[in-house]
Write a protein that binds this ligand. Sequence first.
Ligand SMILES: [Zn+2]
Length: 490
Amino acid sequence: MVFPNSGQSRCLWTACSALALSIFSHGVVHGQHPGLTRFEAEARENARGYEWLAWSTTAIGHRLTGSPQGARAQAVADSLFRLAGVDRVSQHPFTAQAWARGTVMLRLTDGAGTEHLAAVALAQTPDSADVEGDLVDLGNGLAEQYAQLKDRVAGRVVLMNIGLVDAPKGTGNLHRSEKAALAIRHGAIGIVFVNNVDGGVLLTGTASIDGATIPVPAACIASEDGLRIRGRLNAGASLRVGLRMTNRIGTVQARNVVAEIPGSDRAHEVVVVGGHLDSWDLATGATDNGLGAFSIVDMARAVVASGHRPRRTLRFILFMGEEQGLLGSEAMVADLKATGELERVRCMINMDMTGDPFGFGVVGPAGWGPLVDTLMAPIHAMDTAFRMDLKEQAWLHSDHQSFLLAGVPVINPLCDLGGHVYGCYHSSCDDVHLVDPRDMVNNVRFVGALLLQLADAPALPGHFTEEGLGARLRADGLEEKLRMAGQWRW
Ligand SMILES: [Zn+2]
């Protein structure tokens, strides 16, 4: 995932509070949705998600798509869904170009001496690369930096921040893959990203906006090394960088894991809750995205255990290949389109680094925002820690993107996992000690409560029209990003 820019949130709680309080009291749901009462009790009292996550990080390790650990994670997820009591569990195979790291060497020379820096390769970098060139500092690597330095980029190795450092207020960051695309377009022969987290933390992630191998090597160095190098550049040193790497790139079969609870009288309509099971390989990916993935399995368990049969079909999907570029969800959507089944998917809830949500981001045509707003009131009545924030701004780079670009309304839980988690995003420190079990319990309680209400709602608004989606993505400032990814079609 990538973190959405924080935007205006809107809460219409006051309009709903009187109604909600008349329905609920003492944290126990009365009357209108008996399934929700039983579900809430199951989610709170018999939670298993954290235990499964903790076990998997020990027994499996990371869950990189295409690796033996990734395959093991798929098999374990399948078993856990069955253990959770879901009858309909299947695997959705897809073929992907999988990348795996080999070796990387980053050498810095100033004419007098040479030093080697700790570095990790970004994904979708070449299987073999060996470049050497003058180092030019591109700061945050945004378009405005090229306006100043564009003639000095071609033929050189660029240094730029993954995050935003000293940017004017309101500056929007670009995804690392978008920064890489800009650098390549301007003729850079190599890219050195500077992490923005203290403590020697190294970060990985895809450097490709479209899943294809990029033509130049790209690696990440620690923030302390970046600071030191900039100090030398600013003092007038001319530095040359040698960047050499080998990686393995090959076509592999991976499988999304799908569990389904059939609906009753509206079974042909499907509400999807999904999240990626795969992770990067520098640690165990406990927060990205074991947190979401194992919460989803526990949510399925709690629905089955509650005995409530929803009107619409619930489909729980654990995607693989998200980290390498939304590969599993794109394959899933392509297959749903091909079979005509996509029309049946009424909306998609994506859980990527979701923990203890306090509201929902909603991106759908007219009607979706107000509907979700209304459905949050019963959740707030269960637990006032759920603040009912509503945000309606589209963002990219997680599995909801595949559904959104096909016109399906998408929902992302809003949460704040804290700096200790975000600092370990895609990094060597993303391990289970970062996960608060309560975050997973509340994932199941709050997202599950929305899921059940959506599944039982009298009616749901429709999909985006093609024109409506284009207008919405443009209004939300995503046209340029989608153009860079070759995905703008309006
Ligand atoms: Zn993620």
